[in-house]
Design a protein around this ligand. Structure first.
Ligand code: SAM
Length: 263
């Protein structure tokens, strides 16, 4: 934990247009700085990405479009769990992957405000559809409003309810799956979607570093344990290729080998 850590808090406030001073931690009394560090460390774990590098990468990445910026701004101002939103850099990354892959069917598990769904849907091929699943009605209502306003309306299908119950009912073969809901069920989601993943299809799992808590020894946090077990489960699966990226909170790319058929 160091100055960039506090700087990131400061920067994110600045980026989100909230009025704040430019004072660094050296201008704050030590107990205040350590309290902020403690609270953030307890909430988010260790600081994985240097926030200065993050800000630099965002600066040289195509900007968010108007609607996505509105979603992010609104979420940061009004939602208690705004950190769950993919955000600028990861959103652009997901969009780029989807545009390269040109999927016909995308499944997203965990809609939240609809930010990542809109990013992923940008790469759909002609006639393609993205299905996204959200448990919380309040969040689904907000996301639905944004989908209506996006030029993806009609290509994004929102399902409300428990993902473990909804996924088996979706009779689709997936080209791209984004797993981003409750961490304790990641392995179950993986087992459910893998048989329906097209050969060469891609699963992207978010938060696979779980705020750095998977790096602790032993791993203590319940969600971090589940994520670590998921990472270990995928590691043993020879039917897929894996690539873990240290983007944001960690993304695991899982690509089904071409010679493995649909079940
Ligand atoms: C990390 S957020 C998703 C963020 C979004 N994908 C993005 O990148 O902007 C996780 C979402 O999954 C939802 N969720 C949690 N458990 C779920 C479940 N069992 N079934 C469906 N959705 C669930 C939560 O309500 C929350 O909105």
């Amino acid at each position: 934990m160091c100055w960039p850590f506090i700087s990131s808090i400061h920067s994110s406030l600045t980026f989100r247009g909230t009025a704040c001073t430019t004072a660094g931690p050296e201008h704050l009394p030590d107990p205040v700085v350590s309290d902020i560090r403690r609270i953030f460390a307890e909430t988010f774990g260790v600081d994985i990405i240097n926030p200065l590098a993050q800000a630099y990468a965002e600066r040289f990445t195509s900007p968010e479009n108007g609607l996505l910026k509105e979603i992010a701004d609104h979420t940061y101002q009004h939602h208690a769990h705004a950190h769950m939103l993919s955000g600028h850099l990861q959103g652009r990354f997901l969009e780029m992957i989807s545009r390269l892959q040109r999927p016909r069917r995308i499944l997203e598990i965990g809609t939240f405000m609809g930010y990542s769904a809109i990013c992923l849907a940008a790469g759909l091929r002609e006639g393609g559809v993205l299905h996204t699943i959200e448990l919380r009605d309040e969040d689904a209502d907000v996301a639905e409003g944004y989908f209506r306003r996006s030029n993806m309306n009609g290509r994004i299908i929102l399902h409300r309810g428990i993902a473990l119950e909804i996924i088996p009912a979706l009779q689709e073969d997936w080209d791209l799956v984004f797993i981003d809901a409750d961490k304790v069920n990641y392995t179950e989601y993986y087992k459910l979607v893998l048989p329906r993943l097209t050969p060469g299809g891609l699963i992207i799992a978010d938060n696979v570093l779980f705020h750095g808590k998977v790096l602790e020894s032993p791993v203590n946090d319940k969600n971090a344990k589940a994520i670590h077990a998921f990472n270990a489960y995928v590691e043993k699966d020879d039917t897929v290729e894996k690539l873990m990226l240290t983007i944001r909170d960690g993304l695991l790319f899982i690509r089904k080998k071409i010679n493995v058929g649909l079940s």
